[in-house]
Ligand binder design. Structure first.
Ligand code: ATP
Ligand code: MG
Length: 180
């Protein structure tokens, strides 16, 4: 194993099990402890769930939050809807590039970017640009199920959440403090 000094890392949380976004939120808490500036951009989902939104607001001004998703992408063969989602995702990409180039942020989190990619809302070229725009010391976290192999290849840390059990399958719906 070749030794190298510390540098900014590319971290990927993927897989079908629960905990990907939760892991990214945990990183926010840790980073705030070091008084870092963190930028979180959420793709695909229209809004942050109430709990995380309110919780993250308590971490201001260290944490800056952007929601660029236009809600769940339903019928992707509906061209008009798709364009709206694509535009929203493009906004998120532009924002990510901007934040990564600024050096003001030690940690940038792109929540559900993998899902946006799987849905065709973000291209590989755009993700490559995002990866290339990081400065040496910045950490970048990408979450979402279905991370493509080429992204896993480029990452320094990849954790795949494995779905062993989930209350949803026992008929227990999403609940406060656990899922939202
Ligand atoms: P969380 O935000 O709780 O960390 P996640 O980011 O790993 O979850 P997503 O794919 O973003 O998972 O889905 C978000 C929502 O779907 C959450 O409410 C979560 O509880 C639920 N969920 C995640 N994994 C599963 C699963 N394996 N079965 C059923 N519901 C799931
Ligand atoms: Mg998630």
């Amino acid at each position: 194993m070749k030794k190298e000094g510390t540098r900014g890392l590319l971290l990927v949380y993927t897989g079908n099990g629960k905990g990907k976004t939760t892991a990214a939120l945990g990183m926010c808490v840790r980073a705030v402890g070091h008084d870092w500036s963190i930028c979180l951009i959420q793709f695909v989902k229209g809004t942050w769930e109430y709990g995380e939104l309110k919780g993250l607001r308590r971490l201001e001004p260290n944490v800056e939050l952007h929601v660029v998703g236009e809600g769940f992408v339903g019928i992707v063969d509906d061209n008009k809807d798709f364009d709206i989602h694509r535009q929203a995702a493009r906004k998120g990409v532009a924002l990510a590039l901007n934040k990564l180039q600024s050096e003001d942020y030690q940690l940038v989190i792109l929540d559900e970017l993998n899902v946006a990619y799987s849905l065709g809302l973000v291209t590989r070229d755009e993700i490559d640009k995002i990866l290339a725009s990081r400065t040496r010391r910045q950490h970048l976290v990408i979450t979402g199920r279905g991370a493509p192999d080429w992204l896993i290849e480029k990452a320094d840390l990849v954790t795949e959440m494995k779905d062993v059990k989930h209350p949803y399958k026992m008929g227990i719906p999403a609940q406060k403090g656990i899922d939202r």
